[in-house]
Design a protein around this ligand. Structure first.
Ligand code: P1T
Length: 378
């Protein structure tokens, strides 16, 4: 067992990843198997079927638990599969409080799928604590936070919100934008941390996955039951790719954050840009909270241009920043949330500004990235 008190950079390389005891292989093998031979009925070495468990997946589950300072981890086929499994803890009539700025797919899953099964959702401005306190009802079972939010980079005060929630309400944090390198919500009072490992954890835009980390044993058993009963598990190869990506998480997040801050400052000075949203800027309304809650500010920057045409023109004129959905890879991406990642929120209470452009700042040389944006803004 790796010492849980090691720093994140050390845990990222070692936790859950002991050298293979039979061969000495230093890298976790890809156990590409669906089943396991048993010595007698129901007598086996801890694995009986790969939906229920797989050693490559176990390594990843132990790793995310260690990085998030939790006791347990669970891996899924996508970020949405991880969210789906959390919501399946609820029953018809239960109520969820959700931030009013979240990934469009989260909104779609809640309002277009789970609302049909009688779960009720309230979309609340999480930056206003009184609003949140006023939204709890006797039916509230879950408070769902995304921080920083996708795409507006607003922050939720995890410790204050966790404190404001009644004892029986679970507090879950989608930590995708920050990654455990920048904030660890379980240490601030959250009950569950969720990740789309498709993003910074994978880090190389070559895998889709989701993760949960938590501390409570009963909650873990309930979620593990659902993971197996529902079956949205990741393939061993995908677990391997996330394990490999995570090894460099710490240094990647450092460079993402350095580049993004310089780019945010450049954009703030550019006459074609009306507004820049980045938690590391002094102008960000929650900059003080960001300094307290995060160890750095991450690689995501959002901007508002003059209008929708200007936004669409910009995303088609960059060369290094590729026009694509997703985020968190080593390469820079640019997108138009209104028509791409957040199209499913159109005409909803949480729809996004058509003049918004979102940047996922990669780890290329920052001068080349700034020159690319300068060119595209004209
Ligand atoms: O795509 P998937 O791995 O299923 O994860 C969904 C998800 C959950 N939470 C957040 C904060 C996310 O950003 C995402 C996925 N987001 C994108 C694909 C995107 O471009 O914003």
């Amino acid at each position: 067992m790796t010492d849980p008190d090691y720093h994140l950079d050390t845990l990222a390389i070692h936790a859950g990843q002991e050298p293979d005891p039979t061969t000495g292989a230093i890298m976790t093998p890809i156990y590409q198997t669906s089943t396991y031979v048993q010595s007698a009925p129901a007598e086996h070495k801890g694995y009986d079927y790969s939906r229920s468990g797989n050693p490559t997946r176990t390594a990843l589950e132990e790793l995310i638990a260690a990085l998030e300072k939790g006791r347990y981890g669970l891996a899924f086929a996508s970020g949405l599969a991880a969210i789906d499994t959390v919501i399946r803890l609820l029953n018809p009539g239960d109520h969820v409080i959700v931030g009013n700025d979240v990934y469009g797919g989260t909104y779609r899953l809640y309002e277009r799928v789970f609302a049909r099964f009688g779960v009720k959702f309230s979309w609340v401005d999480l930056t206003n604590l009184d609003n949140v306190r006023g939204a709890f009802t006797p039916q509230t079972k879950l408070l769902w936070l995304e921080t920083p939010t996708n795409p507006l980079l607003a922050l939720a005060d995890i410790a204050a919100l966790a404190k404001s929630a009644p004892q029986e309400v679970l507090v879950a944090v989608d930590n995708t934008f920050a990654s455990p390198a920048l904030q660890q919500p379980l240490t601030m009072g959250a009950d569950i941390v969720m990740h789309s490992s498709t993003k910074y954890l994978g880090g190389h835009s070559d895998v889709v996955g989701g993760l949960l980390a938590l501390n409570d044993e009963k909650l873990y058993n309930d979620l593990k039951f659902l993971q197996n009963a529902v079956g949205a598990v990741p393939a061993p190869m995908d677990c391997f790719l996330v394990l490999r990506g995570i090894k460099t998480l710490g240094i990647r997040m450092e460079r993402h954050s350095q580049n993004a801050l310089q780019i945010a400052r450049f954009l703030e000075d550019h006459p074609a840009v009306k507004k820049v949203m980045y938690p590391g800027l002094e102008s960000h309304p929650q900059h003080e909270l960001a300094k307290r809650q995060m160890s750095d500010f991450g690689g995501m920057v959002s901007i508002i241009l003059e209008n929708e045409e200007a936004a669409k023109r910009m995303v088609m004129q960059t060369k290094l920043f590729a026009l694509a959905e997703s985020l968190g890879g080593v390469e820079s991406l640019i997108e138009h949330p209104y028509s791409m990642t957040h199209a499913s929120t159109a005409a909803s209470p949480i729809s996004v500004d058509p003049a918004l452009v979102r940047l996922s700042v990669g780890i290329e040389h920052v001068d080349d990235l700034i020159a690319d944006l300068q060119r595209a803004l004209g």
